[in-house]
Design a protein around this ligand. Sequence first.
Ligand SMILES: NC(=O)c1ccc[n+]([C@@H]2O[C@H](COP(=O)([O-])OP(=O)(O)OC[C@H]3O[C@@H](n4cnc5c(N)ncnc54)[C@H](OP(=O)(O)O)[C@@H]3O)[C@@H](O)[C@H]2O)c1
Length: 292
Amino acid sequence: MGHIKRDQHDIYHFISARGRLVGAAKGKSILITGGGKGVGKAIAVQFALAGATNITITGRDQRALGRAKSGIEAESPHCMVTTVEADVTSEDSVSSIFAGLAPGPPPDVLVNNAGVNGDFRIIDSDPQQWWYDWEVNVKGTYLCTRAYLQLLLGKPGTILNVSTSIADSVLPSMSSYATSKMAVNRFTECVQLEHGAQGVRCIAFHPGGIASTGMGQRCPAQFRGRLIDTPELAAGTALYLSTPEAGYLDGRFVFSNWDFQEVEKLKDLIVSDNLLVSRVNYGSFLSTEMMG
Ligand SMILES: NC(=O)c1ccc[n+]([C@@H]2O[C@H](COP(=O)([O-])OP(=O)(O)OC[C@H]3O[C@@H](n4cnc5c(N)ncnc54)[C@H](OP(=O)(O)O)[C@@H]3O)[C@@H](O)[C@H]2O)c1
């Protein structure tokens, strides 16, 4: 069996709305938090190219949202883009996103993309700044997911959580970010467990290392050389993950940098061995079984 490397750095035919996934989001409605810039905007552009007819993008920066709306509607005139100014850390603000949705069925896809990353060693950190990563990345994802699940009324839906490779790493100065995104990955598993039977699909993904976004530009110096991916790679990945053929990845955490045409060949193994979920490695000598 081949070894799948992290060697995809830009969008490719298999996951692209301009390639194999032409029309993959035809007639769909999509809700993207932090959709006015960076990765979120690229995801909105890609879903519009794939035929989505309604895209709601949210964020705190109304000007960025307006620019994204104009750009997407100019490139994809079949798509209506709605902007909602909202802070995902606020319960009231998140309620306003969902209350403001156009009448009709709930969005087909929710993308929890809004995210921040602190860069401080634990000993030097300001508690409010440290905790803010959890406010945006965990509470924001939780509040939006909860509101979306309530809107679904027991029906199917798709939730894509933008995570990071750092969720599965131990790196200096990244404790607030790494722990918050690790929680997002476990939260993804929880959503899948609680709502999979009704047809809800929930997947977390690393979007790649992207220098051009706000986060990429603010990134700690130690990582800058590794940011060699395009936002379109993340966007194509989101589109692919939203399709039913990616159902074998439900409840799991994946890297955009993998070639999903190759990953699909491992589909049976991924499901039978329950791969791509967060687990402590106890080795083969230590048991966690409760003794009677
Ligand atoms: N760039 C990378 O290399 C990289 C790598 C791994 C993971 N990621 C993940 O990718 C996602 C997008 O980041 P990015 O790289 O595109 O950086 P970015 O350009 O800074 O985008 C962050 C987005 O989050 C939104 N946001 C932040 N705080 C918010 C809040 N309190 N309420 C509502 N929206 C908020 C921002 O919108 P407003 O400013 O309008 O509020 C913005 O749209 C994040 O989840 C990040 O963790 C990025």
